[in-house]
Design a binder for this molecule. Structure first.
Ligand code: PLP
Length: 439
């Protein structure tokens, strides 16, 4: 690509494009880090001729990898036939009906009804509103409080922002909703105590990611969700599992909550349902709640997005799930996740600035510490510098710096052993560079 065109695009980007979750200062100083134009499998290419391993599946979502022609074909066919029609007022379409049924088949327990959205934030707002609405219908309108965990991330719409435990997202604006409360992410006991303190009659729902993603790939203790389920049952609080990252195979099962042998009342999903080929998300609702909605609801359900049940997005979702199943990608996530952990452990042996390493399926984290014994961190933190060095070497990862110095991984579920080794080789080369040059 001609240098002039790239420079022109960079200029237009800085002038006209306010980027999501981006340092404005960085964008205005340096322009876009890369302008991607093509993707194939686990790889992305930019306009300057660089190729990168997409070690984060872009935003934890491109589970089936880039450049899937059969998804493009399905989208084209559906658009030509019927791109979109309304699902308000009982109108429906074939892809939406089939996708709802397919997701119900994959979901654990009696989670059998789907409300569609265009993404994760809308899904969590919907779940929160459905929970509160449910309690109004049940004659307990005071049950409006929502409890979530520290370091959780649930999105940036109003409800999902308020539910997000990472404080920076809530502080982006003022007037936080006083009906949102937070408990230490590792303590079921604290959840119990908070419900008692608030009064169970005031609490609508508890929301949690089975494995926290943006908060640092934080894996709960094996019995955490059993305890959560018991506490929610004891006090009649609804349990919402946010599977926006973890759903559709990322952790080696269709839904990550299945690892903990627990069935939530609602599951929110997005990302992996379409692998990013269309903007799609939704909420799975238990049979019990659906039955109550059916018997108690009068008039119109006053909640719906224009794109709820979008025909093209749902056709894409169906094809994406077909690929996940046909290629055994859920199982591959499990197997490659185990390989990734082995690779992390080798690196941990080699570099004494690696603290904890963890994986859960194809979610991974490497913590960086100055001192393993004390847990002291580098100043400035190393992981933001490290991921920039990795980008230069052809690997895109992400960093988490809220109360830690961590590099996170979420490669596409199609990754092969060789590709995984190549990813780890770049991590190794970068760490070696730090050891020799900087530390
Ligand atoms: N929930 C979780 C666990 C997420 O990781 C995200 C996004 O990263 C969201 C919700 C919000 O999803 P979206 O960005 O599609 O609105």
């Amino acid at each position: 690509m001609a240098i002039q065109l790239v420079e022109q695009l960079k200029y237009l980007d800085q002038k006209h494009f306010l980027h999501p979750t981006t340092s404005i200062e960085e964008q205005q100083t340096y322009g876009p880090a890369a302008i991607f134009y093509e993707g194939n499998g686990i790889y992305l290419k930019d306009l300057e001729g660089n190729t990168y391993i997409d070690g984060m599946s872009s935003l934890w979502n491109v589970n089936v990898g880039h450049g899937r022609k059969e998804i493009a074909e399905v989208a084209k066919e559906q658009m030509e036939k019927l791109a979109f029609s309304s699902c308000f007022a009982t109108f429906s379409n074939e892809p939406a009906i089939k996708l709802a049924a397919k997701i119900a088949e994959l979901a654990p327990g009696d989670l059998n009804t789907v409300f569609f959205t265009s993404g994760g934030s809308e899904s969590n707002d919907t779940a929160i509103k459905l929970a509160r609405h449910y309690w109004i219908l049940k004659g307990q309108p005071n049950r409006q409080k929502i409890i979530s965990r520290t370091l959780s991330y649930h999105g940036v719409a109003f409800g999902s922002t308020n539910a997000t435990g990472i404080e920076g997202f809530r502080k982006f604006t003022n007037s936080p909703d006083p009906d949102f409360h937070y408990v230490n992410k590792d303590s079921a006991e604290e959840l119990r105590n908070l419900i008692l303190e608030l009064g169970p009659e005031n609490v609508a729902a508890f929301i949690s990611e089975p494995v926290q993603g943006a908060g640092g790939v934080n894996v709960p203790k094996p019995d955490y969700f059993k305890k959560v389920r018991e506490i929610c049952d004891e006090f009649g609080v609804l349990f919402i599992a946010d599977e926006v990252i973890t759903g559709f195979g990322r952790t080696g099962k269709n839904f990550a909550i299945e690892h903990f042998d627990v069935v939530p009342d609602l599951i929110t999903f997005a990302k992996g349902v379409s692998s990013g080929y269309a903007q799609l998300g939704g909420v799975l609702i238990s049979e019990k709640i659906h039955k109550d909605l059916c018997t108690l609801s009068r008039g119109v359900l006053m909640h719906g997005y224009t794109y709820s049940g979008h025909a093209t997005a749902c056709a894409v979702g169906l094809k994406n799930i077909e690929i996940l199943e046909r290629e055994g990608l859920v199982q591959n996530a499990k197997v490659m996740g185990e390989e990734m952990l082995k690779g992390f452990k080798v690196l941990q042996q080699k570099y004494d600035f690696i603290g904890e390493v963890r994986t859960f399926g194809l979610l991974g984290a490497i913590q960086i510490v100055k001192n393993r014994e004390t847990g002291e961190l580098f100043n400035p933190l190393l992981s933001p510098i490290a991921i920039k060095e990795m980008t230069k070497r052809g690997l895109i990862l992400r960093t988490v710096t809220y109360d830690q110095d961590t590099i996170v991984f979420a490669p596409p579920l199609i990754i092969t052993k060789n590709e995984l080794n190549e990813m780890l080789r770049i991590v190794d080369e970068t760490f070696d560079y730090f050891k020799k040059k900087l530390l």
